[in-house]
Design a protein around this ligand. Sequence first.
Ligand code: NAP
Length: 321
Amino acid sequence: MRALVVKEPGPPESLRLTETATPSPGPGELTIDVAYAGVGFVDTLFRSGAFDLPTPFTPGIEVTGHVREIGPGVTGFEPGQPVGALLNDFGRGMRAGGYAEVAVAHATMTTRLPGDADLARMAAVLINGVTAWLALHDLARLRVGDDVLVLGASGGLGGITGRLAAVHPAGRVIGSSRRPSDAPTWTHLVTDLDTVPDLTGGRGVDIVIDPVGGDLRTRAYDLLAPFGRLVVVGNASGQDHPVSADSAWLNTRQILGFSLGGVAHLIPDRVGTALSAIVDLVHRGVLREPAPAVVPLDQATEVHQALETRTAPPKTVLAIR
Ligand SMILES: NC(=O)c1ccc[n+]([C@@H]2O[C@H](COP(=O)([O-])OP(=O)(O)OC[C@H]3O[C@@H](n4cnc5c(N)ncnc54)[C@H](OP(=O)(O)O)[C@@H]3O)[C@@H](O)[C@H]2O)c1
């Protein structure tokens, strides 16, 4: 089969189109004839070596396609059935492998898709949708009416987190972005966090979801109301600014972190619930996700370059076939 392989971590050109052996599923696994593979900022971190994966590896942690083969012990799937799968269960050992014609997925991280599902659109929402769902529901314990501040509002994870919070429904859904926009997701979209206290009548927000880090993280943390929750889900800025634990004590705030890839295998039921919920909400049009840019597999290098130079559209998927 054809796959994009990284032999040595490095620049986007390290992604090499290679002929490799077609994999077979092991116990609890299935293989998927991949139709589309989502591309996210985190893929650039694997490719560059910022996040360590044993080489050689194939990036790509979210795919849609059709079931090819079913491994021992797997029930509920049939060959040919459309499915979506997360390939980032790194806690279970080496995974990823989405930028390829055939991918191996664990059954607990695979969901059936409706026969008429838009496979490109679905491939674009799996990782960010499940992360947003678990961050808002399981970590931040979002209650109806909570005021939510989402950093990196124009990004893939930030965008779907805001749209999901709005569906819940949260109270104010405030997006923070360096790029002004009039996207209807947000009750308020701010380019300067100093305006947030006025928007909340001085009370502050109940929840901050932070995929960005840096100075923005510490400033957003200071906007939390008593009992407020900061959920750290990423570090797109590349800067890890510390948040004071004493300040959490004295202001009665909570600092939480969540990395799906490290714990997905420990919470298969919750991942499965989130995966089915996101797919269902998107398929029914309740969660209105923008159509992703679709590019051929052999243009993944250009997609990674665009992600690193911040010129990429909110989401891109690779068309594999
Ligand atoms: N926890 C998990 O399991 C999980 C799952 C998926 C992704 N992630 C992580 O989440 C982060 C975002 O991923 P993504 O795919 O959404 O990336 P993305 O589409 O590139 O979006 C990142 C956003 O961060 C903001 N940003 C980037 N650099 C910044 C800087 N220096 N200062 C201020 N803002 C900056 C930008 O938003 P504005 O232009 O709007 O300011 C950008 O759109 C990554 O660190 C990724 O690894 C974590």
